[in-house]
Design a protein around this ligand. Structure first.
Ligand code: FES
Length: 123
């Protein structure tokens, strides 16, 4: 039987996403939900200093984990391409984190409605 896909969930904690839009709370809630739902074996949670999409923050990237992922993601250059391999969710709200884990990480279905969004006031 095939092993379930492991995902890397990377929260941006740069100045816009983190300091202005509170992504530290998203990270903490993801940690809590991953533990609560027994997903620690399926998810590698990490943070990155900026995805270069600051006006769309807070941003969370979800992509398949790789054997080349040794070390923290913040030292890796990541391109937010929404290619199916790496999806960047924008303007993420705390109440949407369960859906990211349920639909994308467990179900393998990226959530189109959460891509390409801007936070209120940036439309
Ligand atoms: S601060 Fe989050 S994308 Fe730049």
């Amino acid at each position: 039987m095939r092993e379930p896909t492991r995902y890397r969930v990377i929260v941006c904690r740069g100045p816009e996403c983190g300091e202005r839009r509170g992504s530290a709370a998203l990270y903490a809630e993801l940690e809590r939900q991953i533990e609560l739902n027994g997903l620690a074996g399926r998810v590698e949670l990490d943070w990155q200093s900026c995805f270069g999409r600051c006006q769309s923050g807070p941003n969370i990237m979800v992509r398949e984990a790789s054997e080349h992922d040794a070390g923290p993601a913040r030292f890796t250059v990541l391109l937010p391409t929404n290619t199916g391999e790496a999806v960047l969710y924008n303007a993420v709200r705390i109440e949407e984190l369960g859906r990211i884990l349920r639909d994308h990480v467990v179900g393998g279905r990226p959530i189109r409605a959460m891509m390409g969004r801007k936070p209120p006031g940036f439309d």
